[in-house]
Design a binder for this molecule. Sequence first.
Ligand code: NAD
Ligand code: UDP
Length: 337
Amino acid sequence: MTILVTGGTGYIGSHTVVQLLEAGHEVLVLDNLCNSKAQVIDRITKIAGKAPGFIEGDVRDRALLKQLFAKHPIETVIHFAGLKSVAECGQKPLLYYDNNVSGSIVLFEEMKNAGVKSIVFSSSATVYGEPVFLPYTEAHPLKPINVYGHSKLMVEQVLQDLALSDRAWKVALLRYFNPVGAHHSGLIGEDPAGIPNNLMPFVAQVAVGKRAKLSVFGDDYDTKDGTGVRDYIHVDDLASGHLAALQYLQKNQGVLTVNLGTGQGTSVFELIHAFEKAANKKIPYEVVARRAGDLPEYYADAVYSKTALDWQAQHGIDRMCVDTWRWQSQNPNGFGQ
Ligand code: NAD
Ligand code: UDP
């Protein structure tokens, strides 16, 4: 099957492209490289033994999309392209809505024009907002607390309405929890630009000596050890969730909405300890004030993904740390220039 992967040189996209190629699919990557590097394509090729097609371009570029759909026998789209910084989205709402929402609409319009009606969309657990109950099931109320979360929920709604308007559409809305880890080869992994906002890449940069110490954002939450609890999921498990979703879409029409998480909550202190074991070194840290907008804890109910997709995460936090450390120690400067 020929699959268009938007955002395919990014963190989750690159790991998914590897698995798609390994499963024998033809893959076309469309990415504007605003948050990734072209070198990723060489690394993917090295791992998979086969190259994806690569087009440097923007999902908002309608003429380019028209050309792509006309030229290639694309049967389905996996749509990763988007901006994801919770720290930045509040300062740049128009940029986030334009990129994440308008960009998606241009893509869906051109899919419709080309008769391609099958899509897997990268949604996020941020669509739930403050937990009314935990774990979050897919039926949990939807009340995002930031621009990024709103942009994801808007695109979910657009796809729900599209599928209502035309029963031929096949849509998978995948609500990711906290992706971490790296491919076991150490060739691809997360390469954040600037100072990482997220815990795992920050810890990894402390371990490799790029940053002096970690700031732990609060140890007075009502959680198992006072620090924030999240559902970390290995990026390779997340990638395999996309292949499971593609299989589901081959057999089913309409909209599938599913969490991709492990169902396990890990605290900041637990993650630090697991990383210290993986890297065999101490991670210096200091407890500081809570970060504005942080929720104390959230994790997935992972039952429906197992039922609907026959998929469940395989890797625990120790393996996530081992693989992150291999990637970070072998590539202290990420993909470099
Ligand atoms: P990433 O930034 O590594 O990858 C996104 C890719 O999309 C980048 O390569 C970027 O260059 C590209 N891109 C952005 N805007 C584009 C545009 N207009 N046209 C073409 N390419 C564009 O992020 P990621 O962590 O791999 O996330 C992938 C998707 O999953 C995103 O939609 C993100 O919102 C979603 N998601 C991520 C997380 C997470 O914590 N990483 C959690 C939930 C959901
Ligand atoms: N965190 C931290 N220090 C950091 C980054 C994150 O203590 O430098 C904490 C944060 O408060 C949260 C957890 O680690 O409890 C996960 O944060 P991350 O930003 O990775 O994920 P998110 O909060 O977006 O789910």
